[in-house]
Design a protein around this ligand. Structure first.
Ligand SMILES: Cc1cc2nc3c(=O)[nH]c(=O)nc-3n(C[C@H](O)[C@H](O)[C@H](O)COP(=O)(O)OP(=O)(O)OC[C@H]3O[C@@H](n4cnc5c(N)ncnc54)[C@H](O)[C@@H]3O)c2cc1C
Length: 408
């Protein structure tokens, strides 16, 4: 069997694995990324793409650890999105440069103070009632605009993959990676199996698990504790039909009632992705009940909304993160280091640059290897970018057709 020596073998091609691959190539390291499905399957393709400034995590007026971790990140992303820093993300489309933040009660007027008071780089700007978007006209609480960018996660995955094509290969969905373990807890090598029956043995200084939810299974496969990972499920709602592009969080105290972002389906129609507390509460609901609850929530929080032409769908997805004592969201990214295995969870898309810097600091402590041996994989298949939930969905529910389901 052919052998390939690399500085790092990265297993999993979501935002974390792809960004790390790009960084290692720029730092002159030899790295190979393997993907068993499509790039970003799981979290990245399902994400809302909000580059949080930390404001969402400080709505109770405290600079939480989560807010502290996130506050410098949007500036790093902004430079990459402008093409003024690496990775060059100038072709990743920015869906929106800002976000509305609105409340449903009189206490919401305090929201504007938090950003500045807590030293966040992004502070909410008050929006006067006559400048409010039509959807929020007549809203009883205060309305703010926040300069948080929202990106297309599909475009991000495509950009990072295109820049590093030669270092990314498709492995079989089942048994794509067979681990050969040494007695010292190290992974000696990994046999890669392609979907079309090719095999190669990869000997890596570092084996990086960046497989999202798949990290638990990978850890078990090499004898590591899979309980270092927790998952938190979400049941997200999608709405299309006569809706304008809109980006906003409706907040009530420290809770984000709904968090709305817009994407475009491949036929050009605007789709809303609705997350926030409703997507957490929706985990225990079936599709119809969640749609009914979301409809009621939107009618209550957005006085100007018309849902007459709306068609609805939902999708379930799990967030994968390092375990916390409470089972709640970790404040930051998480890296577990075990012999020559690094397991990585970014926790949030916005924290990926910090996560990969931490990984690269460890990996780059080994002497650089040449990338020439990667030529042995030149004929291997390459993975596609995952299909977004709104393009994958086959049937949309139209409540105005007495709850009938219509084709996409
Ligand atoms: C609904 C939702 C909305 C979100 N919104 C935001 C947001 O607005 N802002 C924000 O900052 N964060 C957000 N997040 C969090 C963010 O999406 C994640 O933190 C981030 O995308 C995780 O990236 P990842 O690369 O670690 O994992 P993933 O994106 O899950 O990628 C893992 C990859 O590994 C592959 N894989 C799995 N097992 C194997 C294997 N055995 N071999 C090879 N490959 C394998 C998978 O196919 C996949 O391609 C959101 C998350 C969700 C679920």
């Amino acid at each position: 069997m052919e052998k390939v020596h690399v500085n790092a073998l990265i297993i999993g091609g979501g935002a974390a694995g792809l960004w790390l691959l790009d960084q290692l190539r720029r730092e002159g390291r030899s790295a190979l990324l393997v993907e068993s499905k499509s790039l970003g399957t799981g979290q990245t393709i399902s994400a809302q793409g909000i580059l949080h400034s930390g404001l969402k995590y400080s709505l109770q007026g405290l600079l939480t650890a989560s807010a502290r971790e996130a506050r410098d990140m949007p500036a790093i992303w902004r430079k990459c999105l402008e093409g003024n820093s690496q990775p060059d993300l100038s072709r990743t489309n920015i869906r929106s440069q800002s976000f509305y933040l609105w409340g449903t009660n009189s206490a919401s007027s305090k929201l504007g103070m938090w950003g500045a008071r807590l030293g966040l780089q992004v502070t909410p700007q008050a929006v006067s009632p006559h400048n409010a978007p039509a959807l929020l006209k007549g809203c009883s609480g205060a309305i703010f605009s926040v300069a948080e960018q929202v990106i297309s996660c599909e475009a991000l995955l495509a950009d990072l993959a295109e820049a590093n094509q030669k270092q990314i290969v498709q492995v079989a969905e089942t048994d794509g990676t067979d681990f050969c373990l040494g007695g010292d807890g190290r992974v000696q090598s990994v046999i890669l199996n392609s979907p079309d029956g090719k095999q190669v043995e990869v000997i890596a200084d570092w084996n990086v698990f960046a497989a999202g939810k798949g990290n638990a299974e990978l850890r078990s496969a090499v004898g590591l504790d899979s309980r270092k990972q927790q998952t938190r499920p979400l049941h997200m709602v999608m709405i299309c039909g006569g809706l304008p592009e809109f980006y906003g969080h409706c907040v009530d105290g420290a809770t984000t009632r709904v968090s709305i972002t817009s994407a475009k389906r491949s036929d050009g129609e605007v789709v809303w992705q609705v997350g926030g507390k409703i997507a957490e509460d929706g985990v225990d609901m079936n599709r119809d009940d969640l749609i009914a609850r979301t409809r009621a929530e939107l009618l209550e929080t957005m006085p100007g909304i018309s849902l007459e032409e709306a068609r609805w769908a939902t999708y379930r997805v799990e967030r994968a993160e390092g375990t916390t004592m409470t089972g709640g969201r970790p404040d930051s990214f998480r890296i577990e280091r075990d012999a020559n295995v690094l397991t990585a969870w970014p926790t949030k898309l916005v924290l990926v640059p910090q996560l990969t810097q931490g990984l690269a600091n460890t990996i780059c402590s080994s002497p650089a290897r040449s990338s020439d041996e990667l030529e042995k994989l030149a004929s291997w298949p390459r993975p596609m970018v995952a299909i977004a939930p709104w393009d994958r969905e086959q049937s949309w529910t139209s409540l105005n057709l007495s709850s009938s389901t219509v084709a996409a």
